[in-house]
Design a binder for this molecule. Structure first.
Ligand code: XMP
Length: 192
């Protein structure tokens, strides 16, 4: 089943350790020790790529939270080139006056986070921050910051742990690099 995979980039063990560290960072921000009445967090998770990251992260966050899901697509079919982020439905969560954390699998060109962030900002939340498992170098412009980042990776197209290629490989426990010949221009090339 792994015919499109070149090699493992990040093992499930490394992911689990880093997710634990990220959860600790987030808890420090949103539920500081000693504060009896810590606030309530609204997580807006971007499907489908973040589904496994989300499931692991929230179970390590011991605080009150609500979870909203939004579906965004930018890589149709076997394409590894973003065609621009599209929200498939309106976000229905009531975020006015709340602390919102957007959770996504990977920050690449920034188009996805920008679209979701803009949609949420219109509803006047108290704060908006972003948490991504992976961040690729260079392409995301400064108006799309990631406040919490699991791993910085080189410009590979990666799959596994929720990330897919043509709908496949989301169930791989590790994060793996797709075979370079399946890329439009190979690792390090500009796919934006
Ligand atoms: P942008 O360019 O909008 O990209 O920041 C974020 C979204 O694009 C998808 N994406 C990937 N999906 N392997 C994937 O499986 C990758 O290497 C990759 N790079 C970007 C992903 O859906 C993410 O939410």
């Amino acid at each position: 089943m792994q015919q499109d995979i070149d090699r493992i980039l990040i093992t499930s063990r490394q992911i689990a350790d880093r997710v634990g560290e990220l959860a600790a960072e987030l808890a420090g921000k949103y539920a500081p020790a000693g504060e009896e009445q810590s606030g309530e967090l609204t997580i807006v998770a971007i499907l489908s790529g973040s589904l496994i990251f989300l499931a692991d992260l929230i179970r390590r966050l011991p605080m009150r939270m609500r979870i909203a899901l939004v579906t965004v697509s930018s890589y149709p079919g076997t394409s590894t080139e973003s065609r621009g982020a599209r929200l498939f439905e309106q976000i229905t969560a009531d975020v006015a006056g709340r602390d919102v954390l957007i959770v996504d699998d990977i920050l690449d060109t920034g188009g996805t986070l920008r679209a979701v962030r803009a949609e949420l900002a219109r509803r006047q939340p108290r704060s908006i921050r972003t948490c991504v498992l992976l961040r690729k170098p260079g392409k995301a412009p400064p108006d799309v910051p990631a406040d919490f980042v699991g791993f910085d990776i080189d410009n590979y197209f990666v799959v596994g742990y929720g990330l897919d290629y043509d709908g496949l490989y989301r169930n791989l426990p590790d994060i793996a690099v797709l075979r370079p010949e399946l890329y439009t221009s190979g690792p390090g090339g500009d796919r934006a």
